[in-house]
Design a binder for this molecule. Structure first.
Ligand code: BTN
Length: 324
């Protein structure tokens, strides 16, 4: 039916190997799920529209990945996809399992903050089991940022920038964020859950007051609706290819991609974390994904966690007033 045109109940039954009565029951089930399907006794069925939901069958249809999305679990409403994915991973779920939700009631962001999962957004958590030392896990939020930015670019032509470690920025505003959570023993990672939140079709008037000046959505930036299903598919494809690259080539090509997407390198920044506030010029990221700052004293400092505020571009001297 997806290929267009009308398909008779008899043909559908023959293709799938079920009776016409069973076809009728499945069509009724799909309609209950929100698919609009027209039927005529002589001509058969045709698909008018699919629901705007991240349904596993929709995401899996045409998804060409081996690992990412091998199982997709969908919720209309859940506390946090991150919590579900972590519980599944702790029970031994395979890498590549994805949890998606239309709405989260307790979405979590980095540094203990809340994440508003707004209508028209994507909330996704992905389980990975890389064979790595815990210290190497810092690469994963960066990999997720590169994957999400590349997927957005391929689907919409927009060019999101990455603010270290992995905020997705468009037009100076945040369009998405990534939360990477880790379970590890002293010398090995047991699992990583990558949580990705992207404001896709969220209209400006739905942003809560506290973030309306600093947040945006893909639709606001490109002026048209973006298919959330296609974006999830594109993210899974990009992440799989980066994951393979990491395994077989190493982190260096991904580090270079991250740097080419970065809006952080070359800026005077302030980094705040639970312990301190540090200022300096962001000059690079290292082989582990840590941010390297050159402080006013000239000494270098390696940062592995924190919230970055861009102050001014060092080479051109433009002042951003600390707003990003
Ligand atoms: C940040 O920018 O602070 C990270 C935001 C991460 C949000 C995503 S939405 C899917 C997953 N579930 C959560 O509760 N958080 C992440």
């Amino acid at each position: 039916m997806r290929e267009g045109g009308r398909v008779s109940g008899e043909k559908l039954g023959r293709t799938v190997g079920i009776s016409r009565t069973a076809v009728w029951k499945y069509i009724a089930e799909l309609r209950r799920e929100g698919y609009q399907i027209s039927s005529s006794p002589r001509l058969g069925y045709s698909l008018i529209s699919a629901p705007d939901e991240l349904l596993p069958e929709e995401i899996k249809g045409g998804l060409n990945t081996n690992i990412m999305g091998k199982q997709i679990i969908h919720y209309r409403e859940i506390s946090s996809t991150q919590d579900i994915a972590k519980a599944l991973a702790a029970q031994g779920a395979d890498e590549g399992v994805v949890v998606v939700a239309e709405r989260q009631t307790q979405g979590r962001g980095r540094m203990g903050r809340n994440w508003f999962s707004l209508p028209g957004s994507i909330c996704l958590s992905l389980i990975l089991r890389p064979e790595l030392k815990p210290l190497e896990a810092l690469k994963f939020p960066l990999i997720a940022g590169v994957g999400a930015a590349q997927a957005i670019n391929k689907l919409t032509g927009l060019r999101p920038e990455l603010k270290w470690p992995n905020d997705l920025i468009l037009g100076g505003k945040k369009v998405g964020g990534i939360l990477a959570e880790l379970s590890a023993e002293t010398d090995r990672v047991i699992y990583i859950v990558l949580g990705i939140g992207i404001n896709v079709n969220t209209p400006r008037n739905l942003f809560p007051e506290e973030i309306e000046a600093i947040a945006t959505s893909l639709k606001e930036e490109c002026g048209k609706e973006v298919s959330r299903v296609k974006l999830v598919q594109a993210i899974l494809v990009e992440l799989e290819s980066l994951y393979e690259e990491l395994k077989f080539v190493g982190f260096e090509p991904i580090r270079q991609k991250w740097k080419s997407l970065s809006n952080t390198i070359g800026f005077w920044v302030r980094v705040s974390n639970a312990k301190e506030e540090i200022e300096g010029e962001a000059i690079d990221i290292d082989q582990e994904g840590a941010l390297i700052l050159r402080k006013a004293s000239g000494s270098l400092q390696r940062i592995i966690a924190g919230e970055v505020t861009l102050r001014k571009e060092v080479n051109r001297g433009g002042n951003l007033g600390g707003q990003v």
